[in-house]
Design a protein around this ligand. Structure first.
Ligand code: NAP
Length: 329
């Protein structure tokens, strides 16, 4: 039987590696499009592209089953003019050129998923945000105008691509939790262990998140459920306030106290770490209505279970002296 083929533009990063491993273990052929292909990429074959113009890479799409575009300059940076342009252009250009490549395929992929973000939704503390929300109004105090602009332009470019034989799904993904160095879970764990695991700002802002296993399962679910098109929230059903999230983390890691960080302390810290406070202070109360309505069941619906699972996996990886890998899922 012929193997199914998945192409992941921008798949050399955090989420791409999770998906490459997940589908490769299910015997899929996985191809990653990268600006700097490396033969050492586990679980995938790497092919060069530049993320903005067509080239020989487009042959990989012809006859592929699924394309999942994850390309984009990291948003974990200072939002000055050069970075803003790179964040916007990398997402728009890669989406546009993929649309052109897919529309030129003789045998186009059945499904094209394009990354989007749960940050597209307005800052909200009182009201859960699901896919029925269509007004994406920024909130000055949350400093989210630019992020919402990226997200809406990104989805518009995706929607405008004419690929009549290919089902399109926009992945409005929340913060993905995995025991992978450099990612948000690892950063939060380090803060908590250093005694800095108190509430951030007011602590009332909601945090949307999804365990890496559920992220991969949800992507697989979307591939298999042909009725699902358009935007889909990839977020656990129970977002929680920041102060509650920090409390669960402190409890999990056995650290009774954590210094709270006021808004101005976060501003100074974000400046020193070359990042932005929006990533912490915006209230993302995003819920996965379309996934739940289609019958998807989360393995980790509650934050404390997700974190306990990651902490146990991290400990067992260390005991077995295994290199950290996304397979710790
Ligand atoms: N991680 C999360 O929790 C999360 C949550 C919501 C949304 N997202 C979105 O999902 C996507 C993937 O996330 P991730 O965490 O896997 O990001 P990541 O680790 O930063 O990987 C993104 C990939 O995009 C490519 N890239 C970077 N700059 C680029 C540019 N200027 N032009 C073209 N390609 C570029 C890079 O591949 P090469 O250098 O190999 O070309 C990189 O490996 C991103 O768009 C992100 O905004 C992530």
């Amino acid at each position: 039987m012929q193997r199914s083929k998945l192409v992941i533009p921008g798949g050399s990063g955090f989420l791409g590696r999770l998906l490459a491993e997940w589908f490769n273990r299910k015997n899929w052929e996985v191809v990653v499009l990268s600006r700097r292909p490396t033969p050492e990429m586990p679980h995938a074959r790497c092919v060069r592209w530049d993320g903005r113009s067509t080239g020989p890479w487009r042959r990989e799409l012809d006859g592929a089953d699924v394309v999942i575009n994850l390309a984009g300059r990291s948003v974990d940076c200072r939002y000055h003019a050069r970075n803003r342009r790179a964040m916007m252009d990398s997402r728009i250009d890669s989406t546009r050129v993929l649309g052109e490549a897919i529309s030129g395929c003789e045998n186009p992929p059945a499904v094209w998923m394009n990354s989007s973000t749960a940050t597209i939704y307005p800052h909200s503390i009182d009201r859960p945000m699901d896919e029925t929300v269509t007004e994406f109004t920024p909130t000055p105090a949350a400093k989210d105008a630019f992020s919402i602009k990226i997200a809406t332009n990104w989805e518009r470019t995706f929607n405008d691509a004419s690929t009549p034989s290919t089902r399109k799904v926009a992945l409005r993904t929340a913060m993905v939790l995995a025991d992978v160095p450099g990612t948000v879970y690892a950063v939060l764990r380090r803060l908590v262990r250093c005694g800095l695991g108190g509430r951030m700002g007011s602590g009332r802002q909601y945090v949307s998140w999804i365990h890496a296993v559920d992220f991969c399962r949800a992507v697989e679910w979307l591939i298999d459920h042909h009725q699902l098109t358009g935007p889909v929230n990839l977020a656990a059903p129970h977002p929680l306030p920041n102060r509650e999230m920090m409390r669960v983390l402190r409890k999990t890691f056995g650290v009774p106290l954590g210094l709270p960080a006021s808004r101005w302390m976060l501003e100074v810290g974000a400046f020193l770490l070359r990042t932005e406070t929006e990533l912490i202070l915006k209230s993302r109360r995003v819920v996965p209505t379309r996934l739940l309505d289609s019958g998807f069941e989360f393995r980790f619906p509650a934050f404390h279970d997700a974190v306990r699972n990651l902490a146990a996996l991290g400990a067992s990886n260390r005991d077995n002296h295994q290199p950290r890998s996304s397979s710790s899922m």
